[in-house]
Design a protein around this ligand. Sequence first.
Ligand SMILES: Cc1cc2nc3c(=O)[nH]c(=O)nc-3n(C[C@H](O)[C@H](O)[C@H](O)COP(=O)(O)O)c2cc1C
Length: 246
Amino acid sequence: MSFFNELKRRNVFKVGIGYVLIAWLIAQVLELVFESFGTPDWAIKTMLVLLAAGFPIALFLAWAYELTPEGLKREHEVDRSQPITPQTIKKLKGANNAGKKLNSIIYRSRCKGVVNWDLVNSILSSSTENNPANGITGVLLATETHFLQVLEGEFEALNATFERISRDTRHDQVQLISFTEIEERKFGGWAMHGIGLFDLNRELATLLRSKFGEDNGNIRLPCTPSEVMELLNILIPELKLDETNK
Ligand SMILES: Cc1cc2nc3c(=O)[nH]c(=O)nc-3n(C[C@H](O)[C@H](O)[C@H](O)COP(=O)(O)O)c2cc1C
């Protein structure tokens, strides 16, 4: 992930802009107050120096800490590979209970460059930032050359997310495998769970090659819903997915 993306993900830009705006507002108010009390010049200058000194501190705190629903946490304590927060899951379930239909999209696409963890992590970073707000959950599989993604959510949000992803220039040949209504989320605990099939242990890679075939030396990603469920059941057995994808 690039340094710029990392600054963005850690909200350093947002905090920086927010700080400047609030500091400017405080300076305006204090200037008015100081003027009416005839406060000496040095007091105004000290206040401006203090506000300026706070700027790098605010940026550092934004970089090092993250505000989570469980409170303020050190950035390295926030595990991005873990399920999204219980609060978000509750929200998602609430939306589900509100009577809106849930749908699931499965697609496969070809990556335009070589897939590696940098690329996968940068996609997961946008996903964990955008998906909770859109009520989207799912899983992203990546080989060295292809992606396979399952997205779940309410119809409109799901459609909009899929459309945005389809336009992403990092991949092409987006092939829809299924778009179905579902009773409940299968990946409800994940804003987007990433699995790098280019980085599996040898035993599992051999098993998947023998079951699903090879594509230029890589594990071939399946293109039928039942095969996709079979693959996911091998990779994430604890989910016990139903192969009919209902
Ligand atoms: C294979 C693939 C899967 C993606 N999955 C998601 C996703 O689940 N959610 C999402 O918001 N963006 C996803 N993206 C990224 C979007 O295409 C897009 O770059 C991003 O949403 C832009 O948001 P940002 O401006 O916040 O970075 C994916 C991209 C690719 C190539």
